[in-house]
Design a protein around this ligand. Structure first.
Ligand code: TYM
Length: 335
């Protein structure tokens, strides 16, 4: 497909501003957004309504939302190329989510692995929002007639549910009601693992700060965290499932440099884990350091960020309200 043809296609994605972003968010999602921003009609936002499915401190939530948007721009997203906004500034997201809730089944939502994980951690009182979280995500995607959703592997199931809901609604109310989206998952970096427990995903909300490299970490913090990363008792550097810690560091290198894992493994013949950790740390520092410095600068430019977001929200509302009107009319809701 040529570039101008693809520009007609919609690419959309988002991150929860529930904490500082990690290199998992960067390598699994954000890097791909930057890579494709000139080829598609792009919509990127911060999903703060999703973030409140677990308790957030109001001041922190507000600040992390600005920080997330500053990070998108620092990573290379150009506000002239992509529409940037915040979910709570576009009320159509919550409105369509209600409608989709009425067409979603308890059974299918109960099968979502992210719900199973998060509800286990929620204790006795599991917020209903945690259960209907993927329905709000479906609303985010369907409002913009999205073709492609660049995300990490953990979101694939949610996009499959979005597709099921779109098809279900189209069967009931007409084929052209919703566009059926596709996930776009990078071949390397789609699941960066915790540095402390390399069989689990690196997560913003991990209580152990050594488990994740945050995009706001200092160079020293990054070096320390990677040098402390859990590997195993052996010494051979191999792409082997029985060595998840080593494999994770190889994956991080591959996702940053674009070199294949096989090529990286060959370059370590006869070398020790210490070399692998040292080199990985330097590559991560090189990737994160300029991004962090620029995000720090932009984060202070509140007026600029607010202006970008106001323009983005206006554009988003124009598009989203058209889809919502179409949906109201088909269903028989007065407006
Ligand atoms: P969130 O905020 O958990 O993560 C944001 C993006 O980062 C990816 N990701 C990872 N990729 C690789 N390795 C990791 N360890 C890792 N951790 C996170 C996620 O796959 C995601 O792409 N539900 C979404 C946010 C959302 C959304 C949307 C995304 C809401 N509405 C509409 C796309 C379209 C989420 O919680 O992402």
């Amino acid at each position: 497909m040529t570039a101008p043809q693809r520009k007609n296609q919609v690419m959309l994605s988002a991150v929860q501003p529930s904490n500082k972003l990690t290199i998992g968010n960067y390598l699994g999602a954000l890097k791909n957004w930057v890579h494709h921003q000139n080829d598609f009609d792009c919509w990127f936002f911060a999903v703060n309504l999703h973030a409140i499915t677990v308790r957030q401190d109001p001041k922190e939530l507000r600040e992390q939302t600005y920080r997330a948007v500053a990070t998108y721009i620092a990573a290379g997203i150009q506000p002239e190329n992509a529409t940037l906004f915040v979910q709570s500034q576009v009320p159509e997201h919550a409105e369509l989510a209600w409608i989709l809730n009425c067409y979603s089944y308890m059974g299918e939502l109960s099968r979502m692995t992210q719900f199973k994980d998060k509800s286990q951690k929620a204790g006795e009182n599991i917020p209903v929002g945690l259960f209907t979280y993927p329905v709000l995500m479906a609303s985010d995607i369907l409002l913009y007639d999205t073709d492609l959703v660049p995300v990490g592997a953990d979101q694939k199931q949610h996009i499959e549910l979005t597709r099921d809901l779109a098809i279900r609604m189209n069967n009931l109310y007409g084929e052209d009601l919703f566009k059926v989206p596709q996930p776009m998952i990078p071949p390397v970096g789609a699941k960066i693992m915790s540095l402390q427990e390399p069989t689990a995903k690196m997560s913003k909300s991990d209580p152990d700060p050594n488990a994740s490299v945050f995009l706001s970490d200092s160079d020293d913090q990054i070096r320390k965290k990677i040098k402390r990363a859990v590997t195993d008792s052996g010494s051979e550097i191999a792409d082997d499932d029985s060595k998840p810690g080593v494999k994770n560091l190889l994956t991080i290198q591959s996702a940053i440099t674009g070199k294949s894992i096989a090529e990286i493994v060959t370059s370590y013949t006869g070398k020790q884990y210490g070399h692998l950790k040292g080199d990985t740390a330097e590559l991560v520092v090189q990737a994160v350091s300029p991004l962090r410095n620029e995000a720090d600068r932009l984060y202070q430019e509140r007026q600029f960020l607010e202006q970008v977001l106001a323009q983005g929200a206006q554009k988003a509302r124009e598009r989203a309200s058209q889809t919502l009107k179409r949906c109201y009319d088909r269903i028989g809701l007065l407006r």
